[in-house]
Design a protein around this ligand. Structure first.
Ligand code: FES
Length: 107
């Protein structure tokens, strides 16, 4: 299992576990993590699953692809260099312990 930590805007953390291969957005939604809306269901077309990958993990997670990169221009909260759409991140053993920050707003 892969452990992921979602840090909410108020600083509280939600630790969830997911099978490797699970999409990060799905891990959040399945576990009722507040602040991950995912209106489009994971098609990289709504930008409401926006997260900030913790600086310690950005290299490991990697950059967005071209479609995601365009959608990241439409996030409700400011886009940062560490911004990713959680529906485009597939969990793996290498990402065990991943920390992501949930933005203040998604819509
Ligand atoms: S769920 Fe819509 S862009 Fe990720």
């Amino acid at each position: 299992m892969t452990i992921v930590i979602f840090e909410l805007p108020d600083g509280t953390q939600r630790k969830v576990t997911a099978e490797p291969g699970t999409v990060l957005m799905q891990a959040a939604v399945s576990n009722g993590v507040d602040g991950i809306v995912a209106e489009c269901g994971g098609n990289a077309s709504c930008a409401t699953c926006h997260v900030y990958v913790d600086a310690r993990h950005t290299e490991l997670v990697g950059p967005p692809n071209d479609v995601e990169d365009e959608m990241l221009d439409f996030t409700a909260a400011e886009r940062r260099p560490t911004s990713r759409l959680s529906c485009q991140i597939q969990l793996s053993d290498a990402l065990d312990g991943l920390l992501v920050h949930v933005p203040e707003e998604q819509v």
